[in-house]
Design a protein around this ligand. Sequence first.
Ligand SMILES: *Cc1c(COP(=O)(O)O)cnc(C)c1O
Length: 585
Amino acid sequence: MAVMIQRLHKSDLGHSLRSLMENDPAFRPIAYFSMEVGLKESIPTYSGGLGILAGDILKSAADLGVPMAGVTLLYRKGYFEQEFNSDDWQKEKPSQWDPAHELTLLPNRVSVVLQGREIQIGVWVYEIVGSSGYPLPVYFLDTDIEGNHPDDRKLCWYLYGGDNTYRLCQEFILGVGGLRILRDMGYMNIETFHLNEGHAGFLTLDLMREQGYYAPDKIREQVVFTTHTPVPAGFDYFDFGLIQRVFPPDALATIKRMMPDARGVSMVDFGLHYSCYINGVSKKHAEVSNAMFKIDTVDWVTNGVHADTWVSSGMRKLYNKHIPGWDEDPGRLVQALTIPKKDLWTAHQASKLRLFARVLESAGKQLDQDVLTLGFARRAAMYKRAELLFSDVKRFVEVVGDHKIQLIFAGKAHPNDDGGKGVLQRIRKTAKELEDKVTIVFLDNYNMEIAALLTQGVDLWLNTPQRPREASGTSGMKCTMNGIMNFSVLDGWWIEGWIEDVTGWSIGPEPSVADDLGQGYDESRDAVDLYDKLEKKVIPTYYHNHDKWVDMMRHTIALNASFFNTHRVVKEYASKAYSIDFRGM
Ligand SMILES: *Cc1c(COP(=O)(O)O)cnc(C)c1O
């Protein structure tokens, strides 16, 4: 059934959906499941891009009045707060937050059985209120409930913490517990379950159980799957021995029926085999996924960011003045070329100063507002190659020495990832060694607040992933909302957003089909190109062709921000995957 949607603040509604919703506030045909959701830094239930994307999509859905509900887990200890010891080695502290300050506990309870014990699941709600006043609920599942076994109470404490058994339990709670809680709250007519990555795939088991008989096609009709990882090792895998120890017997039996040839469960398989629509998060990522899964059904919906969340206050004022209606439809940012260059630069420098004030406060370093400032902030995953810039220190110093640039780094390594911690340690040590020639600052505890400061306040955003491993990337999109150019390897979204010398600069060779097959390319070319372009293009443009620099900023807004936003993403999902018709929008 196609659902018709109109803006809810319009007075001339009165068609079917509106009345359905008025009669039954729980009428929401789309449920969006995500292991992590990042709405704001005071709800620390996210680790990185996957969660922020989920939050941004839910916010845009609220703004657009799309009848959706979000489902995730409540992590009482969050991901973690980052600190460093005197040897620059990362240390983790649990995040401190009180769910009762941010969320509302609902009376609903459901249960699941795991490891032979019944576990009660409770639920908290956060209501996103969209720009037109439309409320969109996000449900956080919680097992820290009196009466549950002490071990079970901790099951929803840590995001991406614990061992494989812990993760398996969490994913059962998310998928199966999530569906049961929705039903308990009265969501009887959900038409689409959107799995943001495979973690919630066990949802399909319970849909099967609800149905009472084995009809995989009926499950497929209801499920939409978005994949985010272009490498096989990126998917959670559980062998049947573990599942047998943890799951109730009927759940295991259903899995074996659904995956007759498997010896264990790769969570991506639920999405691949039991959904009616599959997408990657950029065109390149879809191509890589099709090659990796040896199928041709992976479509793409290139990611975006929620404009209002990531735009600085100064830029917002400029957009309000020169591009009225941009917040309701960020597509209108195509008109950015009408913004006077002088005003754009003034707004940018204000954001830059705000960032520098924070750097001074947190890192004790005074940065210079007239120096070209590069930002690099990401999870410290190896494929992101945070150290590429330092791969030839002599050349690096030759290009940028004598303080032609300043650098700000941020990023967390997963607590078990010593490789990532080593990267952070080396960056911090390099910063100290090069102190006399280049100012390099490391901002601790990368989170949404730091991400916003950085993507509003640096001059240029550096991105050097190993191709083709950056499925999309979204931090660079946050920059485009603020007129900040990208300087990036051609991977993920940047292949679609890049116009050389207009929206920024590329690093390394142009994309090729060899990337899709994981055959790699000569990575050393990336570093050589990075130094050459910094020297011959980026630095000269910043210092000697200010007019062109600011014109590129305007083109970044017009050509990138107008497209890489979640309003466009949600509309694409609505038409391709949810069968929703935006009549009247
Ligand atoms: C946006 C964001 C990310 C994702 O950035 P990528 O470019 O996709 O790596 C990660 N962490 C935080 C805190 C963010 O705000």
